[in-house]
Design a protein around this ligand. Structure first.
Ligand code: ZN
Ligand code: ZN
Length: 355
């Protein structure tokens, strides 16, 4: 839909003008996709302060570019950023968080009479609030994720390895229509559950284990992100205690996620409960993050983060408690911040499933 992408470029152009620059050189490929619709491994976009734009990409993507953004002038050139920078005049804002020092120095040497400045994360800022079309794609990514969880649940039993479960989740998501997994799936069983980003390995699930699964589907570029912890066999006292605590903290975080709320206060709504129960040291990460064209994007939510939530910002809320040597629980939903209360996109139950 070229109109949506053009509207995004017009909004960027206003930010560029506001920064006192004459044009922006967009090189972060996700940002190029956001502004043009072109998904590629080599492209750049020049957006001038007057709203006009030029795309550059190499011959592998020229046909796709002509199809998805027929309204844009497209230069076919392997050195996409260089060819566009050569067309710039005056002050050129570039994406300092994306460009290597080597590339920046080379550009500065090639350009005559052009002043380089940082665009900062202007496109990431634009991406934070989603339109309903984007939210629809995320909703579908999350629905695939929910269905995959239901389908794989019967496979979680003693003797199956973490790696087998991870691969089964990923294959099932693809069978159900995902482009691919949104990120490397986490399956952490028993004591491995105490490692928040455990890499699934050869450990076989045992009766009595807590098993944490963190995974999601990618759908048309949009990333779902969900975590559930289940117990195999029967839940003992400590497992149920930390499960109920994390579930209560997760509910508190979801309820606090309203427009205009400071992200650090959303984090605190969940963290305070965990700290009050004596597990503050066992929750060593932020409460969540924005999701969209990237799995981790603005806003990041933690006690040390600044900024506030806004209407139509998709985020995750994912508190956890990790008890070294024993195991852990994490519960994570992807949701959309709405004025009338959060819209949960991942809908799998948060009751403790005993399987
Ligand atoms: Zn996750
Ligand atoms: Zn996450």
């Amino acid at each position: 839909m070229p109109e949506i992408h053009e509207a995004r470029r017009v909004r960027l152009a206003a930010l560029v003008a506001g920064q006192g620059a004459d044009a922006a050189l967009v090189t972060h490929l996700v940002n190029v996709r956001y502004l043009t619709g072109l998904a590629s491994s080599n492209a750049a976009l020049l957006v001038r302060a007057d709203g006009t734009a030029v795309l550059a990409t190499d011959g592998r993507y020229a046909g796709t570019a002509a199809r998805v953004c027929p309204d844009l002038e497209c230069v076919v050139e392997r050195e996409a950023a260089g060819v566009l920078a050569a067309r710039a005049v005056g002050r050129l804002a570039y994406e300092a968080h994306d460009m290597t020092v080597e590339r920046r120095d080379a550009l500065a040497g090639e350009l005559d009479g052009v002043e380089l400045a940082s665009l900062d994360r202007a496109v990431e800022e634009l991406r934070t609030v989603k339109d309903e079309g984007e939210i629809g794609l995320l909703r579908e990514a999350c629905a695939i994720t929910d269905r995959a969880f239901d389908a794989v649940l019967p496979s979680i039993r003693p003797g199956r390895t973490e790696r087998e479960i991870a691969i089964e989740l990923e294959r099932t998501m693809v069978d159900l229509g995902a482009e691919r997994p949104a990120f490397a799936s986490i399956v952490a069983s028993g004591p491995n559950g105490a490692i928040p980003h455990h890499v699934p390995g050869a450990r076989a699930i045992e009766s009595g284990d807590l098993v944490t699964m963190d995974f999601g589907a990618l759908h048309e570029g949009y990333h779902a992100d969900m975590t559930r912890t289940v117990v195999v066999g029967a839940a003992g006292g400590w497992e149920r205690e930390i499960y109920d605590l994390v579930a209560a903290a997760q509910r508190a975080g979801v309820e606090a996620a309203t427009p205009e709320t400071a992200t650090k206060n959303v984090d605190a709504a969940a963290r305070d409960l965990i700290e009050a129960a004596g597990y503050g040291g066992e929750f060593p990460h932020g409460l969540g993050h924005g999701v969209g064209l990237e799995i981790h994007e603005a806003p990041l939510m933690g006690y040390d983060k600044t900024g506030k939530l806004m209407d139509r910002v998709p985020i995750t809320v994912e508190p956890g408690v990790y008890v070294a040597g024993r195991g852990g629980v994490r519960i994570e939903d992807t949701l959309v911040v709405r004025a009338d209360g959060a819209e949960l996109l991942t809908k799998t139950t948060k009751e403790l499933l005993v399987i």
